[in-house]
Ligand binder design. Structure first.
Ligand code: HEM
Ligand code: HEM
Length: 185
């Protein structure tokens, strides 16, 4: 495929790396909030909740850094123009969904980090305690927890629409999906 009709190498690698981490993060988030707290367990049993929360936070901050790099790269490197075989409404819809995905990609880790700094627990990044930038505040933490949860479902809905469009293009063999493929041909 001609270089000007596909995403550049950096955009492709960041797309798939971020997509993989985001999918793991969504699963991990939904899984970990169901785990019993220490106070809900019989004496002698150790809760694994804190372990998964810490993993989720570290992975979340890591993906936030990759997302910032991706957005900076995208702002300085255009997306290849879609061919005219794609109708006007489809181009508009793709643009809208991509925009919304970028917004949620920022809002998701931001709301997670905010709920974390208002919690009574320290925020750690792969074991390193991050400086405390706010006093623990239960009401604020709960607000951001709510936002983080609502955004998670919005994120899942957007990914499903995005995935449906990708499958549709793959099926009708428009060549669109190879614009983001890891294989360079
Ligand atoms: C792309 C990044 C992220 C994704 C996709 C994500 C996804 C999720 C999901 C699906 C949940 C479960 C929501 C629920 O059902 O209540 C969750 C919970 C949570 N997330 Fe994230 N998250 C991200 C980033 C972060 C970051 C950066 C932090 C903190 C530094 C964080 C902290 C938390 C915490 C503490 C909870 C538990 C909330 C509770 O106590 O109910 N998340 N996340
Ligand atoms: C789950 C499997 C996924 C598939 C099969 C897929 C496939 C694709 C394809 C083929 C494109 C290129 C569209 C074009 O040529 O115009 C694309 C673009 C894009 N994808 Fe995905 N994707 C997936 C997951 C994700 C996830 C999880 C996210 C968000 C975290 C995401 C965010 C984006 C964005 C923002 C663009 C637009 C890039 C730009 O123009 O700046 N994708 N995706």
């Amino acid at each position: 495929m001609d270089d000007s009709t596909r995403y550049d190498r950096v955009q492709v690698i960041l797309h798939w790396l971020i997509a993989a981490i985001v999918l793991v993060m969504l699963g991990l988030g939904l899984f970990m909030v169901e785990l019993p707290k220490q106070s809900e367990l019989p004496p002698g049993e150790e809760s694994v909740r804190a372990f998964y929360f810490l993993l989720h936070k570290s992975m979340g901050i890591t993906v936030a850094i990759l997302i910032i790099l991706r957005i900076l790269w995208r702002l300085t490197h255009k997306a290849p123009p879609l061919p005219d075989t794609v109708s006007k409404w489809q181009k508009k819809a793709a643009g809208l969904v991509h925009w919304a995905l970028y917004l949620v990609m920022i809002a998701m880790p931001a709301s997670g980090y905010l709920q974390s700094i208002f919690s009574k627990y320290d925020t750690k990044f792969w074991g390193v305690v991050l400086p405390r930038v706010a006093e623990a505040d239960k009401a604020m933490r709960e607000n951001f927890t709510e936002v983080h949860e609502v955004l998670a479902f919005l994120f899942i809905a957007l990914i499903l629409i995005h995935l449906a469009a990708a499958i549709k293009h793959r099926w009708s063999d428009t060549g669109i999906t190879s614009r983001m493929s890891l294989r360079q041909d």
